[in-house]
Design a protein around this ligand. Structure first.
Ligand code: BGC
Length: 721
């Protein structure tokens, strides 16, 4: 039991240098099994006799550390010999790195590890070796490591011994230790460079052809003291020069000083968001073949696949997959490159559905919901990022609503009531919080100050109808907040009923919210307002509002204006209300602003702004411009569930049964989507041949297929229509 081991720290402050905690272990008997449990205030890498233990990069992962710190348990039976050296390298990671500098309560905790090795011998005896003051501490060759800033590694640095470790069980409560809940973060794709070139400014740059999160591995033969300094970037500017001003204060670089001979190096306790690297310093003999980019992300199982008749839509889909991988590094982040990389609730909420079609996210979000529960405040509000490393105050509508939307999505896809049981209290407290935080009963209204940029609400973040100089779109913030109040209450009621709670009080509340909403918000002036009223069923006049929305889009030349809040539902409300043709026109639009505009401008991931790169080559300002933000990739769940029509059913959650109601469009030509579920693989495809649509459907469960409004009830099998 790791909790009976001691937390140990270095006897001397090692500053930026990563310490190593070591222990010699002699084994005189035959070992049946050996299990090592470890965690740390930072990120660790354990080695036995020089070999890495496990494949978890950035262990123990990122959690709401004050309440939850995961420990990992590794089977190391096959690694032990008669004489052994265990080394645990410790980096600052999220716990003590720059990312959590505002939260001194965690950030100022000493660098510590706690570990326990349990050995069972063939003779039936047991031995426990736990961290205590018999472990020793030394320096490593990692001279600096930070998630935002990167790494400095001197492969020929002299190792200094600091003597014995100090036991320190006071700075952190062992009650926060929990077994691993999430997926391991591991290395995935290894990508060779596409080209190495010199920019107009004369800088040496390598292009990997794909924007990823991870790091670069270098293999070379060098002289002692040769130095390689690498900076990272997502794009080149309009002149073709290396550009990473959008990383803001994140240095995102590494420095590697070689020893003499053949060697392989990759950074340890950090990751970068990049497609390009610039070689700021390098030995003469270095070339393109010395470099490999390695993508690092949570090890989720791929569940969904889409291929359409449009190469550009296929590229959009690939870009979304990449933005998901790049931003699912133990927590769902906004972006993987600049000095942010935070678990923003709004971004996660808008993307969770797409994410769960693409990959099995049950464990990933299951763990993060634990952090969300831990971060919920007494009044039921939640910080806009989880973990709340920046100590942000307040809760924004559509960000805080992740509290209801994400558990509900998990239930719909994985069908487990447990997820609702686990999160029900949090969901209820969130709805109660909104009820208490308003000027007008049954709505969620706020002061003008709360509606200003960096006030309480983020509104329709980054919508194109934002007034000049603001990130907040023109959709009325009270409208948005009240609409999400209704939606969260509706989800809470459904969740409560499924797990056998009496929800009558909330049913009355919901009726009052809807009635008050309808009386208060009678006119809609933005695309997002129309979208929310339609999607959340907050209007008695759907045909009229849908017509209004369609007119706004068509009269503007089939152009969207929506931001983070409206975009995920935009195509749904069009296709569900008789305007599928407009939905497809938006999907297939290539002029700015559109999804394919980004594809045409060479995007390999999803941009934060519709106009991250403008037609004239100019870039959005450096203070908020990521090229790897998955939010607008949420269009992909419309591809799975509307275009290909694979929809879960509330009363048969987890795809125990399925509805397949696809929407063919001649301009797209064809689509083929598959989804692996607990019951097997669902496949839905259609293709145009001349004027005729051919459908092929494969279902492992009973399905309701809807074609041209006609219902077909089918059981397990393959069908053609
Ligand atoms: C993040 C967004 C986030 C937003 C909140 C930004 O800095 O990158 O994605 O949702 O702040 O307004």
């Amino acid at each position: 039991m790791i909790k009976s081991a001691n937390w140990i720290c270095s006897p001397i402050d090692t500053g930026d240098v990563c310490p190593v905690f070591s222990k010699d272990i002699s084994i005189g008997k035959s070992v049946r099994s050996a299990v090592l449990s470890i965690t740390a205030t930072g990120v660790y890498e354990a080695r036995i006799n020089g070999s890495r233990v496990g494949n978890f990069i950035l262990a123990p992962g990122c959690t709401a550390y004050k309440a939850r710190l995961q420990y990992q348990t590794y089977d190391i039976t096959d690694m032990l010999e008669s004489e052994n050296m265990i080394d645990i390298f410790l980096g600052k990671g999220w716990y003590r790195g720059r990312i959590s500098a505002s939260d001194e309560e965690i950030n100022k905790t000493p660098g510590m590890v706690i570990a326990e090795l349990q050995i069972s011998y063939d003779d039936g005896s047991e031995q426990i070796i736990a961290t205590d003051n018999s472990w020793t501490v030394s320096t490593s060759r990692i001279l600096l490591s930070d998630i935002y800033d990167g790494e400095v590694y001197d492969a020929s640095a002299e190792i200094k011994q600091f003597g014995n470790a100090v036991i320190n069980n006071n700075d952190i409560s062992k009650s926060t230790l929990i077994p691993q809940e999430g997926e391991y973060v591991t290395e995935h794709e290894r990508i060779k460079p596409v080209k190495m070139f010199t920019t107009p400014k004369g800088e040496r740059v390598i292009d990997f052809g794909q924007n990823i999160a991870g790091y670069v591995s270098i293999e070379l033969t060098a002289n002692r003291g040769d130095k390689i300094v690498v900076s990272h970037a997502e794009i080149l500017d309009s002149e073709g020069n290396f550009y990473n001003a959008n990383y803001r204060s994140a240095k995102a670089r590494f420095e590697y000083i070689c020893y003499s001979g053949h060697q392989v190096y990759k950074p340890h306790f950090t990751f970068f968001g990049f497609r390009y690297i610039r070689l700021d310093e390098y030995p003469d003999n270095i070339g393109i073949d010395n470099f490999t980019a390695i993508a690092v992300y949570s090890d989720m199982k791929r569940t969904g696949n889409i291929k359409t008749g449009s190469e550009k839509v296929n590229k959009l889909y690939e870009n979304t997959l990449w933005s998901q991988r790049d931003n699912f590094i133990d927590i769902p982040t906004d972006c993987p490159q600049r000095d942010e990389r935070l678990g923003w609730l709004g971004d996660a909420q808008v993307f969770v559905k797409t994410a769960s079609y693409n990959y099995d996210t049950k464990k990933f979000f299951g763990k993060w919901l634990g952090d969300l529960r831990a971060e919920q405040r007494k009044d039921g509000s939640v910080p806009n990022t989880v973990p709340n490393f920046w100590l942000l105050n307040g809760s924004s509508a559509a960000w805080g609503d992740a509290v209801t939307i994400i558990p509900w999505q998990m239930y719909m896809f994985y069908g487990k009531e447990d997820i609702l049981k686990q999160n029900f209290d949090m969901m209820k407290k969130w709805v109660d919080y909104i009820t208490s935080d308003t000027f007008e009963e049954y709505l969620w209204t706020s002061s003008e100050d709360d509606k200003r940029l960096w006030g309480k609400h983020y509104g329709d973040w980054l919508a194109l109808d934002a007034p000049y100089g603001s990130y907040i779109g023109s959709a009325d913030i009270d409208f948005i907040a009240s609409a999400f109040y209704a939606y969260s209450t509706e989800i809470l009621i459904k969740a409560g009923k499924i797990i056998g709670k009496d929800m009558s009080e909330y049913e009355k509340l919901y009726q009052n919210i809807v009635a008050t909403f309808k009386n208060t918000f009678t006119e809609y002036s933005t695309q997002t307002e129309c979208v929310l009223a339609l999607y959340f069923n907050l209007t008695d006049n759907k045909p009229e509002i849908a017509r209004q929305l369609n007119d706004m889009i068509v009269s503007g030349g089939n152009k969207l204006q929506t931001g983070f809040v409206g975009t995920p539902y935009l195509l749904y409300v069009l296709s569900e209300n008789g305007y599928s043709e407009t939905a497809y026109s938006l999907l297939l639009q290539e002029e700015y602003p559109s999804w394919l505009y980004e594809v045409n401008h060479g995007a390999t991931t999803i941009w934060e702004h519709w106009d991250g790169i403008r037609d004239d080559g100019k870039l959005w300002s450096t203070d908020m411009n990521s090229y790897n933000h998955y939010a607008y990739g949420s269009v992909c769940d419309w591809l799975y569930s509307a275009a290909a029509g694979i929809k879960p059913i509330e009363t048969a959650a987890g795809f125990k049964e399925v509805i397949i109601a696809s929407i063919p469009d001649k301009r797209l030509g064809s689509i083929s989507a598959t989804l692996d579920t607990a019951y097997g693989t669902i496949k839905s495809s259609w293709r145009y041949e001349g004027g005729t649509v051919h459908y092929e459907i494969e279902t492992p469960v009973n399905a309701t297929v809807i074609i041209n409004s006609e219902k077909h009830f089918i059981s397990k099998g393959i069908y053609r229509f």
